[in-house]
Ligand binder design. Structure first.
Ligand code: NAI
Length: 333
C-alpha cells in the first residue's frame, strides 16, 4: 500500500526516519514514497513542494506528513493550508490522552477533538476598511458544520463514547455560531443513545481546566477547535505526544501536531512519539489494528518506565536510540 511521506523541515527527517524503521519492523503493507516539501526545499528549489506531490497524494489518498515551515516574506502560502484546501480535508481530529509517566496536571484524561478545518475565520478573508480598521469575515456553512458534527457523532458511536459536546459562542455570534449549534442539535437527534450537550467556549475553557474528565468527544468550528486543542494538550503534558489526522471524503493526511523544532534540528534529539502515534492512527485506519496496538503498547511502556526515553521528557536517549529501544521491545512482543 502506497503512502506518501513528507519529512518536511527541521526535525522532520529524523522523526520520519524513526517511522520508516518501525514500519520495517512491523512488516506492514505500507510502502512509503517520499516527497520533499517545506522551507528548506523552497530555499534550494524556489518551490514549496516537489512536482508530483499533489498528484501522488490524490492517487494514493494517504499521506504522513512531518512538520513544515513557511519561508517568511517570500510570498509563499503555508503548505498546511494549501494541502487542506486542495484536498478538502475538512476534519482535523486530535485525540488527547494522558500517558502514564508524563508529568501533567491530570491523569486518565481521554478526549477526542473534532475541529472543522475548512472555513470560519481561517478562510483568511480579511481587508483593511481604512488605515485604522481591519476586518475579517467569519463564514460558517450548514454543509461544513453538518459533516464535522456527523463525524463526531459517528466516531462516538463506533468507539462507544458516551457524550459529544459542541463548543461555540452562539450567545454572541448568533448567526454563525448559531448555525453551527442549530446543526449540532439537529444531528444529535439522530443519535439518541449518545448524550449531547453544548458549551460556550469561554465557559468550556474554565470547565476543562477544572475537570477535564467531564468531557468526552468535542466538536467545534475551526478557530475554537484550534485553541481548545492546544489547551487540552497542555492538560496532559503538552504537544509532544499529540497525533492528528486531517481528512476529507477522499484523502487522509496524518501528522504530529508539533512544529519543525529548528532549535534541535539535525542533533538527533527529537522525540518521534507524536509522529509515531499519528502513524499508529494510520495503521488503525487501514485495519492494521493489531500492529497499531503493539506499537502503542511499547510506546506507553517505555514512557511509563521513564528510562529509555528522549531528553525532552527527562531521558537521555537520542531519537535514533529511542527508536532502537522501541524496536527491541516490538521484537519481544
Ligand atoms: P515547535 O513545535 O517546532 O517547537 C516548540 C518547542 O518544542 C521547541 O523548543 C522544540 O525544540 C520543542 N519540540 C517540538 N517538537 C519536538 C519533538 N518532537 N521533540 C522534542 N522537542 C520538540 O514550534 P515553533 O518553534 O513555534 O515552530 C517552528 C516551526 O515549525 C515554524 O516554522 C512553524 O511554522 C512550524 N510549524 C509547523 C507545523 C506543521 O507543519 N504542522 C505545526 C507547528 C509549527
Amino acid at each position: 500500500m502506497r503512502v506518501i511521506l513528507i519529512p518536511g523541515d527541521g526535525i522532520g527527517k529524523e522523526i520520519c526516519e524513526s517511522v520508516k524503521c518501525i514500519n520495517d519492523v512491523l512488516y506492514t503493507p505500507i510502502v512509503f514514497e517520499e516527497y520533499e516539501a517545506g522551507a528548506e526545499y523552497a530555499e534550494k528549489s524556489g518551490k514549496l513542494f516537489d512536482d508530483g506531490l499533489l498528484d501522488a497524494i490524490k492517487d494514493s489518498k494517504l499521506a504522513l506528513k512531518g512538520p513544515t515551515a513557511t519561508p517568511i516574506g517570500k510570498g509563499f502560502q503555508s503548505i498546511n493550508v494549501q494541502l487542506r484546501q486542495y484536498f478538502h480535508t475538512y476534519a482535523n481530529v486530535r485525540p488527547i490522552r494522558s500517558l502514564e509517566g508524563i508529568k501533567s496536571r491530570y491523569e486518565n484524561v481521554d478526549l477526542v477533538i473534532f475541529r472543522e478545518n475548512s472555513e470560519d475565520l481561517y478562510l483568511g478573508v480579511e481587508m483593511m476598511k481604512d488605515e485604522n480598521t481591519a476586518q475579517a469575515m467569519k463564514i460558517i456553512t450548514r454543509h461544513a458544520s453538518n459533516r464535522i458534527i456527523k463525524e463526531a457523532f459517528q466516531y462516538a458511536k463506533k468507539h462507544h463514547r458516551k457524550k459529544v459536546t459542541c463548543i461555540h459562542k452562539a450567545n454572541i455570534m448568533k448567526m454563525t455560531d448559531g448555525l453551527f449549534l442549530k446543526e449540532f442539535q439537529e444531528v444529535a437527534q439522530e443519535y439518541p443513545d449518545i448524550v449531547s450537550e453544548d458549551c460556550i467556549v469561554d465557559a468550556f475553557c474554565m470547565k476543562v481546566v477544572m475537570n477535564p474528565k467531564q468531557f468526552d468527544v468535542l466538536v467545534a468550528p475551526n478557530l475554537y477547535g484550534d485553541i481548545i486543542s492546544d489547551l487540552c494538550a497542555g492538560l496532559v503534558g503538552g504537544l509532544g505526544f499529540a497525533p492528528s489526522v486531517n481528512y476529507g471524503d477522499e484523502v487522509r493526511i496524518y501528522e504530529a501536531v508539533h512544529g519543525s523544532a529548528p532549535d534541535i534540528a539535525g542533533k538527533d534529539e527529537a522525540n518521534p512519539t507524536a509522529i509515531l502515534l499519528s502513524y499508529g492512527m494510520l495503521l488503525e485506519d487501514i485495519k492494521e489494528v493489531e500492529k497499531a496496538n503493539r506499537l502503542k503498547e511499547v510506546i506507553y511502556e517505555l514512557i511509563k518506565e521513564g528510562k529509555e526515553v528522549t531528553k525532552d521528557i527527562g531521558g537521555t536517549l537520542s531519537c535514533s536510540a529511542y527508536t532502537n529501544a522501541l524496536i527491541e521491545r516490538l521484537k519481544r512482543i
